[in-house]
Design a protein around this ligand. Sequence first.
Ligand code: AMP
Length: 541
Amino acid sequence: MRMSMQNTPFNLASCIEFAGKYHSQQKVITRRVEDDKIVEHSYHDILLRVRQFANALKKLGVKHGECIGTIGLNTHRHLEAWYAISGQGAICHTINPRLAHHQLEYIINHADDQYILIDPIFWPLIEGLHKLFPNVKGYIVLTEEAFMPKTALPNVHCYETLLAAESAEFVWPEFDENSGSSLCYTSGTTGNPKGVLYTHKSNLIHSYACGLADVFGMTSADTVLVVVPLFHANSWGISYLGPIIGATIIFPGKRMDGEAIFELVDNYEVSLAAGVPTVWTALLEYADTHNKKMTSLRDVVVGGSAAPPSMLKAFKAKHDADLLHAWGMTEMSPLGTINRAVPQLKNMSEEEQFRYRIKQGRPVFGVDIKITDEDGKELPRDGKTVGHLLVKGNWVVHTYYGDDKPAVNAEGWFDTGDMATIDEFGYMEIVDRAKDLIKSGGEWISSVDMENKAMGHPDVSLAAAIGIPDEKWSERPLLVVVPKAGKTPDKQSIIDYLSSEFAKWQLPDDVVFVDEIPMTATGKFSKLTLRQQFSNHKIED
Ligand code: AMP
């Protein structure tokens, strides 16, 4: 049959082209990382700058399918880089600046990054580590000349200087919409991080879904505070959705404290905000202690870790804002579920409604979810039975970057490593984690890596790392240690020993010494028992 509809392959650059043309007055507002100054650009300005940077990259010899790394916080320059890189067919590899050095080494080399774009505040990382990245041809510092680092390294460019030399005309190439657009690595429970390569098409469908009224419900009248990092899980799709819809976007730069976030919400009348629980805890605390109310906020999306129930109540009671609890993964672009009230909840008491509203939410069209037992048999959706949470859909990973083996089972389902219930309305609730990881402030710490390293300490026989609840960071690592016979290692010597392989924020808050570690029937550490045993653990100085 003859093709009946136009079939132009989709290029993500069209989001920013559309914004520049049809939302030209709407703004991208950034607190710059170099000096905390707030700068505003219209989408039209941003579009011209994206095209200039695309020209600059082309001149540097960047080719289709090559990876370009970015080590940057949320700023307009980082956003521009996203579009300039992917739009010309290269892959924007967003890198978490807080990773341990050996993880940075692994992912930059695994992705074979050709250039690295970096915020000036992270430059010392490169001075220390550049020898570990032999294939990187050069660095582009996301700043202007006045803030360029003094360095003897060759091929270090200033972003604004590169832009200034280029034309604001650029013809975006046409290529298969299933081509990779962006790459994000996520921590594996063991071994090296794994890359998830999003495509132009998967990102587009995901963004459309995020824009549905029952999902983020974002419109051009919204001012959206994007706290969720551009370097982690695609900034929840908002960096594509904002330009598509024409919402004003605010990027907070490096200041994530309650006061700084409050100031942005208050000054710019933010109506929608997205971030991890740690940030909203700090914001609520600031508003509380300074007796401030956020009158403009309508919806606050929270995800990455479980939102404490008190947060939902606090936003509603004190600021008349709805907390939308969302769940997803890097492997899911990242959105899986979001919590909006279904009409059936209206007839329930407030307390009953609350029980549903604090769950991680219902799936968004485009992804399906189910829970299974150990043998893969589907379990009932009764809100009580706990099973392994599996997902399938148009923006869910199929194979990790560079792997041969699919990450999904024979029927195409991806095992999330989360344990959950699903109820009669389709609300999913995460109740535990089968994967052995700790998530602190929205970022992963591998418990297995920590244990393996700790067990290399000369005085340690066994070591188990678990996450314990923490009001500020959602979870913090605790290391449980069985010393070798006749040895009495002290806490600090173990932490010092770990610090060669872990970033400072990843180190355990405490080390406790025990005679034995509880084991499962299969001879593994029983993390469940340990988490229960130490759930009220107080850190000793
Ligand atoms: P990441 O790939 O780093 O975004 O992490 C995804 C994982 O974070 C999920 O598999 C969950 O373990 C956890 N996670 C994300 N959102 C939530 C949430 N709302 N509640 C509990 N855990 C969450």
